[in-house]
Design a protein around this ligand. Structure first.
Ligand code: B12
Ligand code: SF4
Length: 500
């Protein structure tokens, strides 16, 4: 039987997390097909590793998981080279990037199949079909090209009951890459594990890539299941903290409370992502219990303090500027740190209005900091990964914005900047506006250095705070070279770029 390589392209140079996407795929074929993992984060020369496996002739299938940004940048040339050197290999891509940009991926001619969303059922079925030479056309969640160049998208599967999925093959992973090295030192603990307890999200924010992939659906593992898995890693490899990588961990108050009660005696710190309007409905005693159970910091997509912009983003639910401020204050009482992410630089009819929106949010962020100075702020620049068909998407296209036409273009440095939501090349953002956002960010990070940078000691924090003070208070953000110099000297890390 032919074997399978699962490849996680390099996404971070430090603090390596469990490669959960390909671990899920490995679990789906474990015991049925031979497989191995190549984790770009753990290899000095990942391509050489892939080549060494392929050269054995045992591996016919290769699956890549691809996020936009650095992962896509590595995946694209690697895939091309693999097809040149080993043309018989069948190449299957999954993850957010190919799901959103399947046409350009398949047009490259070196990717044979895209798995559209969850691959836990689709992948083993596809391999079965290819191995047995049976039709794959009726397998749900796949996209492929026919001989006459038509792109075919098969129907989407209902979200799988997460408790029915097999456990992740941690022991087998440990034979390939020691699990200890996936348990990193973070703000939360000395051995932090990454876990994914639910998939999708019930909301439809028009800028978010989760929407086309999961179509406003959410399915979670039960609290007991999550607890059992976390406890296993704790007991076997000594994990002492958890990062929940779910798009929206806190959708269900009931599940959150059940999990909190179970994890409380384990004395582990944890972190997860949530919506402000959902959690604002949580009872006071629930918030208190969550903190007591070890939750230290919660990531929220605040996006904007401007209600008009929130509406334009189709943020759904009931989130408003007033609520964002009030909730930051509410969490202070429970010693829960809110980590608010903002998306600046949304389109508007005139450049003056775009600038006014940016200035509004800069001032709003300062108000948030005034009510709860411990609030962590993450600043993104709007990159239109808008949902196809949304009003926002149509407006973006009307501005003349276009996506790369070839897969190679996606790997260029300018599109990497777009993916990283740092320099998005959108026609309505002038260099002056981008400077304004980035300079404010530098001053803000100077005045309030992130708690996530555990290498910064008290003295360094104080020095940065003092250096940035005058600029922060007067609103003079231009040319903040002295703060940049300190950040470079102490290699200040930004969670949005290098991991949470
Ligand atoms: C962990 C994570 C990271 C980590 C990666 C750590 C690592 N080990 O590599 C870090 C922090 C480095 C990171 C960075 C970025 N990330 Co990120 N990240 C995530 C996160 C939170 C979890 C991914 C994950 O492990 N999921 C768990 C698995 C089980 O779920 P899954 O990926 O959906 O996998 C299923 C299917 O997609 C499919 N599938 C996936 N891969 C494959 C492969 C094959 C072969 C098959 C068949 C199927 C398949 O089957 C899987 C099982 O059902 C997601 C959000 C999320 N909750 O998923 C964002 C997310 C993927 N990231 C995103 C982005 C944009 C980035 C950045 C590019 C930009 C940024 N500033 O955030 C940076 C890039 C920086 C860099 N250096 O690479 C976006 C992608 C959006 C988009 N436009 O496509 C997401 C969706 C967050 C969001 N909501 O915006 N990220
Ligand atoms: S709530 Fe968060 S994860 Fe859900 S659609 Fe909106 S931005 Fe995406």
């Amino acid at each position: 039987m032919n074997k399978i390589i699962l490849f996680n392209p390099t996404s971070a140079f430090a603090k390596h997390r469990f490669p959960n996407a390909i671990l899920n795929i490995a679990a789906s074929i474990d015991g049925k097909y031979g497989w191995t993992i190549v984790d770009g984060n753990r290899e000095e020369f990942p391509f050489e590793k892939l080549r060494s496996y392929l050269a054995t002739g045992e591996y016919k299938y290769i699956g890549f998981t691809v996020m936009p940004g650095p992962q896509a940048k590595q995946a694209i040339p690697f895939a091309k080279k693999i097809k040149e050197e080993f043309p018989e290999t069948i190449m299957i891509w999954g993850g957010y990037f190919p799901t959103s940009h399947f046409k350009v991926v398949l047009n490259s001619r070196y990717v044979d199949f895209v798995v559209n969303g969850p691959g836990d059922h689709a992948f083993p079925k596809l391999i079965d079909a290819l191995e047995n030479n049976t039709p794959y056309e009726l397998i749900k969640n796949i996209i492929y090209k026919t001989a006459d160049n038509n792109v075919i998208k098969t129907v989407k599967e209902d979200l799988i009951e997460q408790d029915t999925l097999p456990s992740l093959p941690y022991d087998r992973l440990n034979e390939i890459y020691p699990v200890e090295k996936y348990l990193g030192k973070t703000f939360l603990g000395n051995r932090t594990m990454a876990y994914h307890s639910s998939i999708g999200c019930p909301f439809t924010c028009s800028f978010c890539a989760v929407v086309p992939t999961y179509e406003a659906r959410w399915k979670a593992k039960s609290a007991e299941h999550v607890y059992r898995d976390v406890k296993y890693i704790k007991d076997k490899w000594g994990a002492d903290a958890v990062e929940f990588h779910d798009n929206n961990f806190f959708v269900s108050e009931k599940r959150t409370i059940e999990f909190s009660k179970l994890i409380l005696p384990e004395k582990m710190n944890w972190w997860g992502m949530a919506r402000i309007d959902t959690m604002d409905k949580f009872k006071d005693e629930s918030l208190a219990l969550i903190r007591e159970a070890g939750c230290r910091i919660i990531f929220f997509g605040a996006e904007s303090g401007n209600d008009k912009v929130l509406k334009q983003m189709d943020k759904g639910g009931t989130q408003s500027g007033e609520q964002i401020l009030r909730f930051a204050e509410r969490l202070k009482k429970y010693d829960l740190i809110p980590e608010y992410s903002f998306v600046l630089g949304m389109p508007a009819p005139t450049p003056e209005q775009v600038m006014a929106q940016i200035e509004f949010d800069i001032n709003f962020i300062k108000q948030v900091k005034a009510v709860n100075p411990r609030t962590e702020i993450i600043l993104y620049t709007y990159s239109p990964v808008a949902t196809e068909g949304s009003e926002l998407y149509d407006n973006v296209l009307k501005t003349g914005f276009t996506y790369p036409k070839t897969l190679e273009d996606w790997a260029s440095p300018q599109w990497e900047g777009f993916d990283m939501r740092r320099n998005p090349l959108t026609p309505w953002l002038t260099p002056e506006m981008i400077d304004k956002i980035r300079n404010f960010e530098t001053v803000l990070n100077g005045y309030y250095p992130t708690v996530a940078d555990i290498r910064l000691n008290k003295l360094k924090r104080k020095l940065m705070h003092l250096t940035a003070g005058l600029r922060y208070k007067t609103g003079f953000y231009q040319y903040p070279y002295e703060i940049k110099a300190l950040q470079q000297l102490w290699r200040y890390r930004q969670p949005e770029v290098q991991g949470f």
